[in-house]
Structure formats: structure tokens, C-alpha cells
Design a protein around this ligand. Structure first.
Ligand code: PRE
Length: 354
């Protein structure tokens, strides 16, 4: 068969796909009007998760699962934008890893609002200027983003979703490597590239700024300055990459949380985040861990924070497998109510793909 005939076949299929997408968008618009009448939220991560799960099971094409996921994420994003315009706040300026995470999660059709510093993303959503916020909570190498975790103590917002964003750091500059006098970046990337910096840039000044994209902006304007930033930032601010992939761990990944007003229903593959404070007695934490073990619930993350109400008292942030509507999670939370001074649920949401 010749090339022309094969391309004709592709054209025909593309026409059919477009027609089907149009039909899908019209139905989605009707769903949007129904939701508006009922006062329901537009973004329903667990419904998207169910659709993806079903399609991945059905997928016998030569496209791998993550291609199917990417295609449908784009469809969902376009679908949500015909229902309404989602406004998403992320750590600005544009070109940050939070911005990349928003693109990957919400697709390009949403309105993106750059905010600095990162904790002000909460305020943006709390005041209704944004529908959702994307905040970094944990890095696979450097651990917890403390100020974000602390800000969760002072908000009524819910965690609606999570996503894992691979993080590749590059040294970008308009100068040659040997002429660099100052490197700008966020505290996390400095820590994530420590080995490379010690080896090649030991005596160069390191300056912490609010984000990697802010760093890239400075490197674009200042002579003999460099930034540790993403390829996206290098492209946006037109600062060339002079050292590629300088992070210590090639699998460096950051976990982002989507925050918003909505409670998310059960998808069958969920995670629940809580804060709890323990009673001041021997074995208090042991009993709590015992309750989780009794109900066979996996604890995937546990972090302590100073309580702020009393010196040397701590509260704990924990991630538990399952949804608050699961019988087992419900039962364990009831036990925790008795064992803890206080328990607060931050949200149940579909687990992100790692
Ligand atoms: C749809 C769009 C947005 C939601 O986040 C989930 C699914 C979709 O395009 O499939 C439709 C829809 O709004 C819905 O099912 O609630």
C-alpha cells in the first residue's frame, strides 16, 4: 500500500474522531448545565479516574497505558473548559515545576494564575480567586516542603487530588560554566543537586529565591548568573541549558497536591490525609499505629510538626490508604477519635500514578 492511501485512511479516522469528540463535548456541556443547576463542582477527579481505569483495561492498541492517560487527560481538560473555566493557582512565575504539574494534571485549557510565594496559593483558593491550587508537598530526595505542610494547619480547604511530577534540574545560563559567579534557585533544587554543585560549583555563590522560574528570570537578566531550573523555564526565558540533568537522583520526583473546596468521592484506589495530635501519655503513638495495623491500613507518610499551641507538643500529618467512605478507614478514624486529642481529615482523593 502506498503512503498516500495510508494517509487518506488516517484522515478518515481523524474526521471520525473529531466528530466523536464534538458529540462528547455536547454531552459534557449538558452535564455542566445539570451540575450548575445542582450546585455541583465541575472537576470530578474520581469520575476521570474511573474512565481512565476502564479504558486502560480495554486498551489493546499499540499505544502504552500512559499515552492513553495523556490523551484522555487532554480530553477531560477540554471537556471541563466547555463546562466552565477552571482557574488554577500555582507557584509562579510561569515555567516553574508547579506550572508543569498544572499542565500535566489540568491540561492547557484551564486558566493558570501564577502566585508567589507558594503558601499564598492557599489564600488565592480560600478567597475564591482560584478554583484550585497546585502545591508541592514532598520531594523523593529532599522530603517534606515544610511551609506548605504547616499552612495546611490553618485552612479549611480540602485535598482533592495528588500527582507525581518527575523533576529534572538543569543549570541554565547565558554565560559559560567557568564565568558563573552566582547561582539562583529554590532551596529544594539546591538540596536535590548537592553532589553536582559540590563537584563542579563548590565556590560559586548560591542565592535562594522563591521558585526555579524566578531564578531563570534573574539568570536571563544578570550577567555571569545561572539558575537551576526546568527545560520549560529555559525555553520561556530564553536561557540556554549549559549542564543537563544535574540532580543527584535521576528519578527525582515531587508529589503535588491539588487543593480546593470540594470533597472528592470514592474511586476505589484512594488515599486519605489527616492531621492528628496525640495525648501526652506513654505509648500514645504506638496505640494509633496499632489501630491502623488492626484494620490492615497502610500508612504511607507520617510527618510531625510543632503544635504551636504548646511548646514541645507535636501534631502529625499522615497519609492512609483508602477513602473516608471505606468501612475500614471509617472504623480506624473512629478509633483515632478516642485515642487522639484531635483528628482532622484533610481529604480523600484518588492516588496518583508514581
Ligand atoms: C467529565 C468532565 C469533567 C469531570 O471532571 C469528569 C468527567 C468528562 O469529560 O468525562 C464529564 C463530567 O463533567 C462528569 O462526568 O461529571
Amino acid at each position: 500500500m502506498d503512503l498516500k492511501k495510508l494517509r487518506d485512511q488516517i484522515n478518515k479516522i481523524d474526521d471520525e474522531l473529531l466528530e466523536l469528540l464534538q458529540r462528547r463535548a455536547e454531552i459534557s456541556k449538558k452535564v455542566g448545565s445539570l451540575k450548575a443547576d445542582m450546585g455541583s463542582v465541575i472537576h470530578v477527579p474520581q469520575r476521570e479516574y474511573e474512565i481512565l481505569k476502564r479504558l486502560k483495561n480495554l486498551n489493546h492498541s499499540i499505544y502504552p497505558e500512559d499515552s492513553i492517560e495523556k490523551i484522555w487527560n487532554e480530553i477531560f481538560s477540554a471537556s471541563r473548559s466547555v463546562q466552565t473555566t477552571n482557574r488554577i493557582a500555582f507557584l509562579g512565575p510561569i515555567g516553574s515545576f508547579g506550572h508543569a504539574a498544572c499542565h500535566a494534571f489540568f491540561g492547557p485549557s484551564s486558566e493558570m494564575i501564577p502566585i508567589t510565594p507558594q503558601i499564598d496559593i492557599f489564600t488565592e483558593v480560600e478567597t475564591g480567586r482560584a478554583d484550585f491550587g497546585m502545591v508541592a508537598i514532598q520531594n523523593s530526595v529532599y522530603g517534606t516542603v515544610r511551609d506548605v505542610l504547616e499552612r495546611f494547619q490553618h485552612t479549611s480547604l480540602k485535598i482533592c487530588a495528588e500527582m507525581y511530577q518527575p523533576i529534572k534540574h538543569h543549570l541554565i545560563s547565558k554565560s559559560q560554566l567557568q564565568d558563573i559567579e552566582r547561582i539562583y534557585s529554590h532551596s529544594q533544587p539546591f538540596a536535590q543537586c548537592r553532589m553536582w554543585l559540590n563537584k563542579f560549583m563548590k565556590h560559586v555563590e548560591q542565592v535562594e529565591v522563591v521558585s526555579t522560574s524566578d531564578a531563570a528570570q534573574r539568570a536571563a537578566e544578570e550577567p555571569n548568573a545561572a539558575a537551576i531550573a526546568s527545560k520549560l523555564a529555559s525555553k520561556i526565558y530564553e536561557v540556554p541549558v549549559i549542564a543537563d540533568s544535574i540532580m543527584d537522583d535521576p528519578n527525582n520526583t515531587t508529589r503535588f497536591l491539588v487543593i480546593g473546596e470540594q470533597k472528592v468521592g470514592m474511586s476505589g484506589y484512594d488515599r486519605t490525609s489527616i492531621f492528628f495530635s496525640v495525648k501526652d501519655k506513654v505509648g500514645a503513638l504506638y496505640e494509633i499505629l496499632g489501630a491502623l495495623a488492626k484494620y490492615q491500613l497502610n500508612l504511607s507518610y507520617l510527618e510531625s510538626l510543632p503544635s504551636r499551641s504548646k511548646q514541645w507538643e507535636y501534631i502529625f500529618f499522615a497519609d492512609i490508604d483508602g477513602h473516608v467512605e471505606d468501612d475500614k478507614v471509617h472504623a480506624v478514624l473512629e478509633s483515632l477519635e478516642n485515642l487522639c486529642r484531635e483528628v482532622r481529615i484533610l481529604g480523600s482523593y484518588p492516588r496518583g500514578a508514581t
